[in-house]
Design a protein around this ligand. Structure first.
Ligand code: NCD
Length: 307
């Protein structure tokens, strides 16, 4: 069973099952599924996703091989990516794959003999990040409905947001404010069908208007590596957002500020000690949520199985 998109998740009860197991994993570090091997295959940079998957496997008794899809593999000899994935799948129990081209992980999964998890496909999706994001919101705020969520930055290329939105659409009465320059706004395919939403281009003005009502402020960096034409980057970067002290003063004291990281300049370091800054707690949650996903996969063949 592959995990390629959050669209595979159809009900909030699947998430509740995952959260319960995540709590158990946190309390009881000695869960173990024996010697399973995970391959982490990627052609892009990664810190949190790679390290948390690797540590999660090792904490559960498994092991990891890391494969960078560069000229140290037989791709350099002209081997196809399909044959490369098929080959890796003959040696391991599951594959975590990140690729810079949207749709490539899904394509490779169809050639993989073992379960394959999408760890980010270009500007497409990043489902395990979205799962740790909703887990973090649930832990911090205590609910996943009736939330006002503001999403800020590069909404066009932020795959974590594309995956997160679908999960938040599973819950009633959530409201969304999308804040981004026009040129990098949220693609129509990710807009809600049933939930209320606003689109804004000004960060500070919008926070003056709605900041006190926001429950979750989800920040993202500008994904400059995804904009191939230089003039596109030059046009966007100067208007990229940086939160200021005044913006924080206009922000609900009870909200949480999330960021998938890495950050650029959008969140100043001085904010890290504010209790609303939840992004490093979010990092830590990622390891536990991935442990729960892997445990379910290897013991029940279902990422969202009931405890
Ligand atoms: C994100 C990603 O790779 O999509 N990082 C992550 O996995 N935590 C966000 C980003 O690169 O900006």
């Amino acid at each position: 069973m592959h995990l390629l998109s959050t669209k595979q998740i159809e009900s909030s009860s699947q998430l509740e099952n995952l959260f319960k197991l995540t709590e158990k994993v946190k309390r009881n570090g000695n869960l173990d599924f024996g010697k399973r091997i995970l391959a982490i295959v990627k052609n892009e940079a990664s810190t949190r996703t790679r390290v948390s998957f690797e540590v999660a496997m090792k904490m559960l008794g498994g092991d990891v091989v890391n494969i960078q899809l560069d000229n140290t593999t037989s791709l350099a000899k002209g081997e196809t990516i399909e044959d490369t994935i098929r080959t890796i799948g003959e040696y391991v129990d599951a594959i975590v794959m990140r690729h810079s081209t949207k749709g490539m992980v899904q394509h490779c999964a169809s050639h993989s003999p073992v379960p394959t998890i999408n760890a980010g496909d270009g500007e497409g999706e990043h489902p395990t990040q979205a799962l740790l994001d909703v887990y973090t919101i649930f832990k911090e705020i205590g609910r996943l409905d009736n939330l006002h969520v503001a999403l800020v930055g590069d909404l066009k290329c932020s795959r974590t947001i594309h995956s997160l939105l679908h999960l938040l659409y599973l819950y009633p009465h959530n409201k969304f404010t999308f804040i981004s320059p026009d040129s990098i706004k949220i693609p129509g395919e990710y807009l809600p069908e049933k939930h209320e939403c606003l689109e804004r281009t000004e960060l500070s003005d919008t926070l003056k208007e709605i900041g006190m009502k926001v429950d979750v402020l989800y920040m993202t960096r500008f994904q400059k590596e995804r904009y191939l034409r230089q003039e596109e980057v030059v046009g966007v970067v100067p208007s990229y957002y940086k939160l200021t002290q005044e913006d924080f003063d206009n922000l609900n004291p009870g909200c949480v500020v999330l960021h998938p990281l890495p950050r650029g300049e959008e969140i100043p370091i001085f904010f890290d000690s504010d209790p609303r800054a939840a992004y490093f707690r979010q990092v830590k949650n990622g390891m536990y949520v991935r442990m729960a996903l892997l445990y379910n996969l290897f013991t029940k063949k279902d990422y969202f199985a009931k405890l």
